[in-house]
Design a protein around this ligand. Structure first.
Ligand code: BG6
Length: 476
């Protein structure tokens, strides 16, 4: 006998469900050298993760201007409000607050900018959610210190957090410590600010860097509770459900091992200690980390909620001849039953329900879906006397994923909210393109840097507005 649900969930989402959208500073702000901002690792990644970082900033780096949110935030937030957003997730650029990362005093101009963003959100009654570190480590901390491999970064991060909590603690309730923390294993420079080429890094280097981030996250959580007792601190995980390619027990065990590599982060964030399977992995592979008694104590400051991004699932196989395919920064074996986006990211709405049940059962902490969406090549067309994008493919993708969020809620999973990724077109993290668009709002800027930067409502804009105003009841 199975316990399969036979009646699809219908109707509105729970009262108070936080609908909204998400972006990151380096992908929207531009103004990369204005307002006293220092360079971040993104300023030397003109091709995203597809090529080696450059020495200094290059003129063809789209992120230097991005979508000019730095100057147009009021217009953009007004559009978010028009869609009915209850929450807006954005990141604070660390190098706007501490230009070199190791400065003694913060840059007041940077703090003033985020103060203005918060004013605008408050004017529209939109709850802010802040990612403290979203793939934008100050460049000096990467090149001058070796990024998160260096224990000193814990102290710099704490200093940065203290400034944010003291300045904005009475205005921001939801905080995320590190974006997609599990991606350090795959993208050491972008995720961990580690400048050495991947091939030169040992597993010990990577896990030591991750350990420092986990300790920094736990210390920030403790500090948040002292400075702003009403705040909620969450971890942020790149969720990637893993299915065995075949029913062979070898594939199933391999799948478990791959899943463990990501579960470990949530396990430590939520349970406050290293799980046995990870300690075994360290023993078996000669990985000997510098973990102090104080670190073990600090890690006990566990998070209030678990946030995650979800774009796709992957398969796993024990057969070494099975090839991995394109996908998000984690890679993986393609699932022969699924279609993919134009960038090869396989589309699996049910995987979202699977991962939500999984995380809830494992950690028993409220969940927040803070990224989900499809990158596509939108075409601006004339319709009803204006310019728009007929992005039915985006509506289908988001609708089908939100239906699965509703299923998970019906399964008993506690869900705080959902923020669609790149609610306005942003520069892609992995490829640094503008043609990989996620937004409800089209931004007229192109991969060659041309464009007016004007904003246009896509068809999905009106669709999301209806979904929010009906609190989810309008989903198909
Ligand atoms: C997540 C990141 O990995 O996926 C975002 O947190 C990123 O920063 C998003 O933009 C989508 O990835 P991409 O490469 O299509 O921009």
């Amino acid at each position: 006998m199975t316990h399969a649900a036979t009646t699809p969930a219908t109707g509105p989402f729970p009262q108070g469900f936080l609908w909204g959208g998400a972006t990151a500073a380096n992908q929207v702000e531009g103004a990369y050298a204005e307002g006293g901002k220092g360079l971040s690792i993104q300023d030397v990644m003109p091709r995203g993760i597809t090529e080696q970082p450059t020495e200094g900033p290059t003129p063809d780096n789209l992120k230097q201007t991005a979508i000019d949110f730095y100057n147009r935030y009021a217009e953009d937030i007004a559009l978010f409000a028009e869609m009915g957003f209850k929450v807006y997730r954005f990141s604070i650029a660390w190098s706007r607050i501490f230009p070199n990362g190791d400065d003694a005093q913060p840059n007041e101009e940077g703090l003033a900018f985020y103060g203005r963003v918060l004013d605008e959100l408050e004017n529209h009654g939109i709850e802010p959610m802040v990612t403290i570190s979203h793939y934008e480590t100050p460049l000096n901390l990467a090149r001058g210190y070796g990024g998160w491999t260096n224990r000193q970064l814990i102290g710099f991060y704490e200093r940065y957090c203290r400034v944010l909590f003291e300045r904005f603690g009475n205005r921001v309730k939801y905080w995320l410590t590190f974006n997609e923390i599990n991606s350090v294993l795959h993208e050491p420079f972008m995720s961990g600010g580690i400048p050495s080429p991947r091939a030169e890094l040992t597993d010990t280097d990577l896990y030591q860097a991750i350990h420092h981030e986990l300790v920094a996250s736990a210390r920030a959580t403790r500090m948040a509770r002292e400075i702003m007792p009403a705040a909620k601190v969450g971890c942020m995980i790149l969720a990637l459900p893993v299915y065995p390619l075949t029913p062979s027990p070898d594939d199933v065990v391999r799948t478990m091992d791959t899943a463990h590599a990501s579960y470990a982060f949530g396990d430590i964030h939520c349970r406050g200690a290293y799980p046995g399977y990870l300690l075994r992995y360290f023993r078996d592979n000669g990985i000997d980390l510098d973990i102090t008694d104080q670190d073990r104590e600090d890690l006990k400051n566990t998070v209030d909620f678990v946030s995650f991004s979800y774009y796709m699932s992957i398969c796993e196989s024990a057969d070494p001849d099975v090839e991995t395919g394109p996908g998000n920064i984690m890679g993986g074996v393609p699932n022969p039953t699924l279609e993919a986006s134009e960038w090869g990211w396989q589309i699996d709405p049910q995987g979202l329900r699977v991962v939500m049940n999984d995380y809830w059962e494992r950690w028993q902490k409220p969940l927040f879906v803070v990224e989900n969406g499809i990158g596509a090549k939108d075409v601006l067309v004339e319709a009803d006397g204006g310019l728009t994008v007929q992005d039915d493919y985006r509506i289908d993708y988001l609708n089908d994923h939100l239906v699965q969020v509703r299923e998970a809620i019906a399964d008993g999973v506690e869900v705080l909210g959902y923020t669609a990724w790149g609610c306005i077109d942003v520069v892609s993290a992995s490829t640094a393109q503008l043609s990989k668009r996620y937004g409800f709002i089209y931004v007229d800027r192109h991969d060659d840097g041309s464009g007016t930067l004007n904003r246009y409502r896509k068809k999905s804009f009106g669709w999301y507005q209806e979904v929010i105003s009906s609190n989810g009841a309008a989903l198909r």
